[in-house]
Ligand binder design. Structure first.
Ligand SMILES: Cc1cc2nc3c(=O)[nH]c(=O)nc-3n(C[C@H](O)[C@H](O)[C@H](O)COP(=O)(O)OP(=O)(O)OC[C@H]3O[C@@H](n4cnc5c(N)ncnc54)[C@H](O)[C@@H]3O)c2cc1C
Ligand code: SF4
Length: 457
């Protein structure tokens, strides 16, 4: 029976006053009854527009139909045909601008909660079903090296293992998962959820070596010399950008990568400045900035986000902005820092100017223009810079024949093949900072490209 309600089922969540002092998940997940009710809103449309909005082409109505029948494990199997990270994607994908935006319900009401259902199914599977060891296809006898264990590397490795390749992931950090683990905070995506999905990858036979960077020591060439028949590069784009304004060297000024990594991986042994922080200013207004702001709030600070444009131009998910507002994080929009001020080497404030929006720039967004004489100071003991990241040349500088674009992203064709035969790439390392599901899609395309390449050899 179809549920004709225009509004989707609410996601239960932790109260905003309580959650500001803990790192527990904000969204608590659907109950079985919520999930069935929500799934019954799906019309099983003939043209399946939602599926065209999914970058990995998930069979959305098919899995939702199983949820509506109460066959949650059947729904998990449907999702698993294309996704090895459903509990992750169900939590962090921007469904509102992808599958859910295409849902016919969105025309006159609220889209089916596809992401919420995906998360429910993945969590149900984890709670109720014993881990299974998938039997891979007949071994191909060929080995593939994957550099980086972020979503691009994980998706590529998972698909190759299913095709019978012996896959080894080389990860420079001591933990696996990339940004999923050390970037995105636990109140959005618990590390335990990432570990769970990575364990499933190991169960498929993928070998994961951590603390094993590929750079000037272990190179792409040495991987080929060690017997790998192809290499996938999924090392992300995580070099933080700087503002190049006075005072950036003061103690108390952090980049978002370092700040979030400390909080995600080292919360029990944080530097004292993190916990003693009273007033934090976060520069930028993307997902990373919002995450940093919400972490600083949980450290007990009064937090202000400073952004040179308006919320309409912010690339952050609307849901995350709402969560930040509920957590009493202040937004000073059309405001840009011009200097960090300090005493005895320690940050005491941020000198800002007021901005106005001018003509559109190359990104299509209206360019912020400084209003002269509008300087003012926001007192602060902590600043977290979240103004973007760029490409590392760890791998490209040490590998002959892999061409890059002007900004340093690796050039690839539609199958993820680089200019050097046998070397493939995908995810942020190619596009620059993007999304989890885009990186997964690139990893999957590259796995298909590697299979095609190795099948001919
Ligand atoms: C704080 C934060 C919040 C985000 N929030 C969201 C969100 O809510 N939703 C969303 O869709 N996207 C979000 N993103 C973006 C998303 O996480 C990335 O687009 C995605 O993780 C990119 O995947 P990737 O596999 O290409 O790279 P990464 O996830 O960056 O993984 C690259 C991996 O390669 C490893 N590595 C790097 N160099 C080497 C080397 N030389 N040798 C070996 N290993 C190496 C790294 O340690 C890392 O594990 C967020 C990003 C950040 C930073
Ligand atoms: S577009 Fe919406 S209603 Fe139609 S099949 Fe997809 S999820 Fe169901």
């Amino acid at each position: 029976m179809i549920n004709l309600t225009r509004e989707r089922n609410e996601m239960p969540q932790q109260d905003s006053a309580v959650r500001c002092s803990n790192f527990g998940e904000v969204a608590l997940g659907f109950t079985q009854a919520d999930a069935i009710r929500e799934a019954m809103r799906c019309l099983n449309c003939r043209k399946k527009p939602c599926t065209t909005g999914c970058p990995v082409g998930m069979h959305i109505p098919a899995f939702i139909a199983k949820v509506a029948e109460g066959d949650f494990e059947g729904a998990y199997e449907e999702i698993s045909i294309v996704s090895c990270l459903p509990a992750v994607c169900g939590r962090v994908c921007a469904q509102e601008i992808q599958c859910e935006q295409q849902c016919v319900h969105a025309e006159n009401g609220e889209a089916v909660g596809i992401g919420r259902l995906e998360r429910f199914v993945a969590d149900y599977h984890a709670a109720h079903c014993a881990a299974t060891t998938e039997i891979a296809a007949k071994p191909s006898g060929k080995r593939v090296a994957v550099i980086g264990s972020g979503p691009a590397g994980i998706a590529c490795a998972g698909d190759l293992a299913k095709l019978g390749y012996a896959v080894t992931i080389f990860e420079r950090m001591q933990v696996a998962g990339g940004i999923l683990c050390y970037g995105i905070p636990e109140f959005c995506l618990p590390n335990e959820v990432v570990d769970r999905e990575i364990s499933a990858l190991r169960a498929e036979g993928v070998e994961l070596v951590t603390g094993a960077g590929v750079d000037a020591g272990r190179t792409v060439d040495s991987l080929f010399a060690d017997g790998f028949a192809a290499v996938f590069v999924g090392n992300g784009a995580e070099v933080p950008m700087e503002m190049h304004i006075p005072g950036e060297e003061l103690s108390g000024v952090y980049n978002a990568n370092d700040y979030l990594t400390q909080i995600n991986l080292n919360r029990d042994e944080l530097p004292s400045a993190y916990r003693q922080c009273k007033r934090a200013v976060i520069v930028g207004c993307g997902n990373v900035a919002i995450d940093a702001a919400r972490c600083a709030r949980r450290m007990g600070a009064e937090v202000t986000i400073v952004y040179r444009r308006t919320l309409a131009e912010s690339p952050a998910r609307l849901e995350e902005i709402h969560h930040a507002q509920e957590e009493d994080i202040a937004f000073r929009l059309l405001t840009n820092p011009v200097a960090f001020i300090g005493e005895n080497g320690k940050l005491t404030g941020v000198k800002c100017v007021q901005m106005a929006l001018g003509e559109p720039d190359e990104s299509g967004r209206r360019r912020p223009v400084e209003i002269s004489g509008s300087e003012f100071v926001i007192p602060a003991d902590t600043v977290v810079l979240s103004i973007g990241t760029s490409f590392s040349d760890d791998i490209t500088a040490n590998t002959e024949g892999v061409s890059t674009g002007k900004r340093g992203g690796i050039d690839v064709d539609d199958c993820g093949a680089t200019s050097r035969p046998g070397v493939f790439a995908g995810g942020d390392a190619v596009t620059g900072p993007a999304t989890v599901v885009a990186a997964m899609g690139a990893g999957k395309r590259a796995a298909a490209g590697i299979h095609q390449y190795l099948s001919k050899k």
